[in-house]
Design a protein around this ligand. Structure first.
Ligand code: NAD
Length: 348
């Protein structure tokens, strides 16, 4: 029997990627939808072949506790809402797959982790790149040593945003997003540096570059440039923006070679190039549906107790690093220590 997933929030990602991905799932199936818009929920449920009693609202949400068709609740809401809906899902006895960023405060992350423990249920953060074959191949190359000692790492992740897009309105809102481009798309560079280098930042410095006359950036910063000093000494240069052209790039430069992913974290069409000994190769990896793979993984976590790489602690590490970046921005680029000793328990 497939693992039943309730999708919470019928916005851009849910409708555009997640619901279509169920068609490619082997171990997971759509069991319910949660929406504040009854007409939209009925339309989506009908299209997906769900019965009317598999439609929930934010008010009837807690009644999912009685619904045995639902094993997992998949939270696809604006960032600052992740924590409350995750905690409520655990109280209803469900497992939770929660979109990135995990939350907007460290306290919320801790609340989510504690709720999972109290309920004895699983929490996984939706880091789809942990299952994406080109990213996994890049991790393998980085670990293999063929690039030599890594001397430099850089990443740029951003896109133009628009106040006329409802999905961007909350992303440009301070409290709902937790930090504009940084928490939305900058997180890919932070997480990417960590999973490719296989180590954690001990110190962060960051600067913002925001045109405050641009109405989009009344509440949040636009471009943020940060530096991580990693435990080994490697310096990471990262940037993010909600006004520059669409960019998703990760690059590591070692003494003997270089690896570049561009685009690195898109839904489709990820390109990996590896330069070793002056020769470029482009490893071919299968094109998969990252959301289907991720939901199948969640099903294995629930059914087979498969170890989780994208744990709550892993999600919280990115949240804490983003908060350290924002703190350094406020202090005009002052160094903020981040050597609190986090280590990922399970590699992707
Ligand atoms: P969206 O705005 O299109 O969808 C959010 C949904 O939440 C909407 O349907 C909205 O009506 C609903 N909602 C419920 N309560 C709300 C409230 N109080 N204020 C505003 N909206 C409310 O956004 P999206 O692009 O689908 O993003 C949703 C989440 O998914 C975010 O956390 C985002 O970071 C994440 N996301 C992840 C990826 C990925 O590749 N993993 C890609 C896109 C989005």
């Amino acid at each position: 029997e497939k693992v039943g997933i309730a999708v919470v929030g019928l916005g851009k990602l849910a409708l555009g990627e997640v619901l279509p991905a169920f068609g490619q799932c082997r171990a997971a199936k759509l069991a319910a939808v949660v929406s504040g818009d009854p007409a939209k929920a009925r339309r989506v449920a009908a299209q997906a072949g769900l019965p009317d009693d598999a439609i929930y609202s934010y008010e009837s949400y807690d009644r999912m506790a009685q619904d045995r068709r639902i094993d997992v609740v998949y939270i696809i809401l604006p960032n600052s809402l992740h924590a409350d809906y995750t905690v409520r899902a655990f109280k209803a006895g469900k497992h939770v797959l929660c979109e990135k960023p995990m939350a907007t405060t460290e306290a919320d992350c801790r609340r989510m982790i504690a709720a999972a423990e109290a309920a004895d249920r699983k929490l996984m953060i939706a880091y789809r790149c942990f299952f994406e074959p080109a990213n996994l191949e890049a991790m393998r190359v980085m670990r293999s040593g063929t690039l030599g000692k890594i001397r430099s790492f850089s990443s740029d992740n951003g896109r133009p945003s628009s106040l006329s897009d409802p999905a961007d309105q909350w992303r440009l809102d301070g409290p709902l997003s937790g930090g504009g481009a940084l928490t939305d798309i900058g997180i890919y560079g932070i997480n990417g540096a960590r999973y490719l280098l296989g180590e954690e930042p001990v110190e962060v410095r960051a600067w913002a570059y925001t045109d405050k006359s641009d109405p989009r950036f009344a509440e949040t910063e636009d471009a943020i440039h940060w530096q991580f000093r990693m435990a080994s000494g490697v310096i990471v240069n990262g940037s993010t923006s909600f006004s520059y052209a669409s960019t998703s790039r990760l690059q590591a430069v070692g003494e003997k070679g270089r690896l570049v992913m561009d685009p690195a974290t898109n839904y489709r069409g990820i390109q990996l190039a590896v330069h070793e000994g002056g020769v470029e190769r482009r490893p071919q990896t299968p094109a998969i549906d990252q959301f289907a793979r991720e939901m199948d993984e969640m099903a294995m976590v629930v059914r087979r107790n498969r170890p989780i790489a994208a744990t709550g602690e892993e999600g919280m590490q990115d949240v804490r690093l983003m908060l350290a970046i924002l703190e350094s921005v406020r202090q005009g680029g002052a160094a903020v220590r981040t050597d609190w000793g986090y280590k990922r328990a399970v590699d992707p």
